[in-house]
Design a protein around this ligand. Structure first.
Ligand code: PLP
Length: 368
């Protein structure tokens, strides 16, 4: 257990007060991580990617620190509006948008959007006097757990053609963006992407595209297992690559996972137990359709703890729905648990509650 994590006594008290399933958000940890990432990337403005954990308390805490926000939908914009966030600190980064999404963002006052193809660019023709676009470029990264460049981004070779098309249409493009994929195993793809974008920007400036922003996306990792990433060390090659850019270039980033993942601890209760052919099964009040959805969508595994003590044997932890896919962990060593015992999940802030469903009309975990 890391020193900043809430201990078992505090967590038991919170479960008793609020009930389970519960996601406990530690705003002090969130603040520490925001400051650590900002220090590791000097001169880079951070825009929290709301999709990682679209929670009003997270927005309030980061807004107080001066963070910007990266939104991908009208629903995320609504969270910013409710949190009274200055729209000038919002960027819309979804490369594919309905016209209604564009209008909703403009009504809010967000004028920065991302595009990556001619059809999307043309959607901005009616709004060309009110927007500044960023062109998303793809850089494949086999070392990322979620390689987002399979689905989004033009190739570096296509970028000049798209920028020329934008100039022809009179639509201002103010910068380039990329996302090397989430939970990247190292900074090498960021560095290669920064260098390639810098070269593109220099060439395009000569052709009359006044590109002044580089958005280096997310991908900064969280520690799910027993690792302890030093974020300053992890980002050092990125900071070095950024230091070589012209000072006139504004650099921004869109961190999601790194900020929120370790700031949330999950609390779940054993609600049922059975002995089956393969050993003991414990049924929890949350599972793959709820806060553990990241095990499916985000390919994450959360480290689990129990408070109960005693000799252990292999057991299965299952979720509360009627579906047989809803199994959280199999063959894990656990002491004998009783109904009502707590199971604690660490590093459960990113892409957990965000992708939870209401399947079986079960309530989602509360966040406190
Ligand atoms: N920005 C965009 C456009 C994304 O799609 C994502 C994640 O999917 C993020 C930022 C956040 O990335 P991460 O959680 O790796 O920091």
């Amino acid at each position: 257990m890391n020193a900043s994590m809430p201990d078992h006594a505090d967590l038991s008290a919170l479960a008793a007060e609020h009930g389970t399933p519960l996601l406990v958000l530690d705003c002090a940890e969130l603040e520490r991580r925001y400051r650590a990432l900002a220090a590791a990337l000097p001169g880079v403005d951070l825009y929290y990617a709301i999709k990682a954990l679209p929670d009003p308390q997270v927005i309030r805490a980061l807004n107080a620190l001066g963070s910007g926000f990266d939104v991908a939908s009208a629903g995320e914009l609504a969270l910013l509006r409710a949190g009274r966030v200055d729209p000038r600190r919002a960027i819309h980064t979804h490369p594919i948008k309905k016209p209604a999404d564009i209008k909703a963002a403009l009504r809010f006052g967000c004028t920065t959007f991302v595009v990556d193809n001619p059809a999307e660019l043309e959607k901005f023709l009616p709004f060309r006097h009110r927007v500044g676009l960023m062109l998303r470029v793809r850089f494949r990264n086999p070392g990322a757990v979620c390689d987002l460049s399979r689905k989004f981004g033009c190739s570096p070779e296509e970028a000049p053609m798209l920028l020329a098309r934008a100039r022809q249409l009179g639509i201002p493009v103010k910068g380039l963006s990329f996302h090397v994929g989430s939970q990247s195993d190292g900074a090498a793809t960021h560095v290669a992407a920064i260098r390639e974008c810098a070269a593109l920007i220099a060439r395009e400036r000569a052709h009359g595209s006044p590109l002044s922003v580089l958005d280096i996306g997310g991908g900064f990792p969280a520690d799910y297992a027993d690792t302890k990433t030093d974020i300053a060390e992890w980002c050092a090659p990125i900071a070095e690559a950024l230091a070589a850019l012209p000072p006139s270039l504004e650099v921004i980033a869109e961190p999601g996972r790194y900020l929120v993942a370790p700031a949330v601890t999950g609390l779940f209760s054993v609600v049922g137990q059975a002995v089956r052919d393969d050993g003991r099964w414990y049924y929890l009040d949350d599972g793959l359709y709820g806060s553990f959805s990241g095990q499916l969508y985000d390919h994450s595994r959360y480290s689990l703890e129990v408070i109960a003590e005693g000799p252990t044997s292999p057991a299965t932890l299952a979720g509360p729905t009627c579906d047989s896919i809803d199994v959280i962990a199999e063959g894990i060593e656990l002491p004998v648990l009783s109904i009502g015992d707590l199971v604690i999940g660490r590093t459960m802030g990113a892409y957990t509650a965000a992708s939870a469903t209401d399947f079986n009309a079960l309530p989602r975990a509360r966040i406190v």
